[in-house]
Design a binder for this molecule. Structure first.
Ligand SMILES: Nc1ncnc2c1ncn2[C@@H]1O[C@H](COP(=O)(O)OP(=O)(O)OP(=O)(O)O)[C@@H](O)[C@H]1O
Length: 250
């Protein structure tokens, strides 16, 4: 029997990013990113505007491809069409149909996944309740505020109960009370086995993540649990720790 090489062993991480660069023409926006995201954790990605967070999560979601290096999701090299049903992706720009109502948008997206009619109805009810849009079920989405569109996009990402959730700034424009209940739900999903990757600028949300990756100018400058990152830099906040790591990488 052939001896098993390290490469042939199954990955122990849900997402494995190896030596990833991303260039747009001559402009390089990600530089040699190496990152492992374990199963059943909330992994937060933070960094200043334009640092490359969205570019990175798009490659994990399989909607963009690395110029160099590899991205593996559930041991499969991305992008791969058959993995997409395992992922709930909430993009930064809402991809909703303005002419359709809330319910019509949800039924449309639900139809992309194999779900019985009864299951669709049940899930639509649950996710609408979670994002507090039940009373707007028959409202055309073009009349929604930015925060309401974000909430509907989140509901759509959660609809088919994917084992991996990728959320790009999910709580922008959402009030603090609802934000809290959404994070509670993310915690429950994590406890039930979902792997959640989230980009955010909100400090108290970063504290709720199990692990964080800090990106600056397309480079991963630090990763670890919030407690670990603060302890390593003798900081009392994530913000302070981030500034410390920026200083180290000047
Ligand atoms: N399709 C593209 N073509 C050219 N440049 C791009 C493209 N997509 C992203 N970029 C550039 O890549 C860099 C990183 O952008 P990205 O959206 O990943 O940053 P970000 O950290 O998510 O920012 P923000 O927090 O503002 O959303 C930016 O300089 C952006 O202009």
């Amino acid at each position: 029997m052939e001896p098993l090489t390290l490469e042939a062993l199954p990955q122990t991480c849900c997402v494995c990013i190896k030596h990833v660069d991303r260039l747009f023409g001559k402009k390089q926006v990600l530089f040699n990113i190496n990152l492992n995201i374990p199963y059943s954790q909330i992994f937060g990605i933070l960094g200043p505007s334009g640092s490359g967070k969205t570019t990175l999560v798009k490659m994990i979601a399989g909607v963009d491809e690395a110029t160099n290096g590899e991205v593996y999701v559930l041991d499969k090299k991305m992008p791969l069409l058959s993995i997409l049903k395992e992922i709930g992706y909430m993009a930064q720009a809402d991809a909703l149909y303005g002419e359709l109502t809330t319910a019509e948008n949800l039924y449309f997206f639900a139809s992309m996944f194999k779900m019985s009619y009864a299951k669709k109805q049940q899930r639509i009810k649950e996710v609408l309740d979670l994002v507090d849009l039940t009373s707007f079920i028959n409202r055309q989405v073009k009349h929604f505020s930015g925060g309401m569109k974000r909430r509907l996009s989140l509901a759509i990402a959660l609809l088919h109960e994917p084992p991996i959730l990728i959320l790009d700034e999910p709580t922008v424009g959402i009030d603090p009370v609802l934000r809290m209940s959404i994070w509670k739900e993310l915690g429950k999903l994590r406890d039930n086995g979902t792997t959640i990757i989230v980009t955010t600028h909100v400090m108290d949300e970063l504290e709720r993540c199990d692990k964080l990756g800090m990106i600056r100018d397309g480079k991963l400058i630090a990763s670890g649990s919030p407690g670990d990152l603060k302890a390593r830099t003798s900081s009392s906040t994530i913000e302070e720790a981030f500034l410390h790591f920026i200083g180290e990488h000047r």
